[in-house]
Unconditional design. Structure first.
Length: 166
């Protein structure tokens, strides 16, 4: 099984989650940060594609949106996993997940995950610090990265991940 994890990570939290996930997914797994690397591979080379991003100013990264739109037909035929890093919890987090990923991909996904989030003030610009402080009420770095959710996602993905003939 060959799997591709495609993600964007503004301050490093989604990158952490993607690399933790990469270690837990069975088979050959490649992780690509679309913020740093252009995807040169044909998606047809992979049995599975996992897509992850984070919420900034209420929306997932534009490069993730563009990737999903450009490859939607191929992604729907793959073993698909979707994950989101965000600081919201409960229904607010589920709403952000639903807004981040199109319905057709959410329906096709064999695993979906909410991995929590972090406020890493040392990596934020002035404007981001103001927003994070208003959301969290703190200027201290906060980590709510949910390792249990990453483990559950990987277990679900590995259980449901089937070879799909091209």
């Amino acid at each position: 099984m060959k799997s591709l994890i495609v993600y964007c990570s503004t301050h490093g939290t989604t990158a952490k989650a993607a690399h933790l996930l990469r270690k837990r997914i069975e088979g050959d797994v490649i992780a690509i940060n679309l913020d740093k690397t252009k995807l040169h591979s044909d998606l047809e080379l992979f049995d599975s594609v996992l897509i992850g991003g984070s919420i900034h100013a209420g929306s997932i990264q534009g490069k993730i949106k563009k990737f999903m739109k450009e490859h939607e037909d191929v992604l729907r035929r793959k073993n698909l996993g979707l994950f989101l890093c965000c600081m919201r919890e409960g229904q607010e987090a589920y709403t952000q997940f639903e807004n981040a990923f199109p319905p057709s991909l959410r329906e096709a996904a064999i695993a979906k995950g909410l991995f929590g989030g972090e406020f890493i003030f040392s990596k934020m610009n002035f404007f981001e610090k103001i927003i994070a402080k208003s959301v969290s009420g703190s200027t201290e770095e906060i980590s709510h990265l949910d390792l249990h959710s990453i483990d559950e996602f990987a277990a679900t993905f590995n259980t449901n991940n089937k070879y799909l003939p091209v």
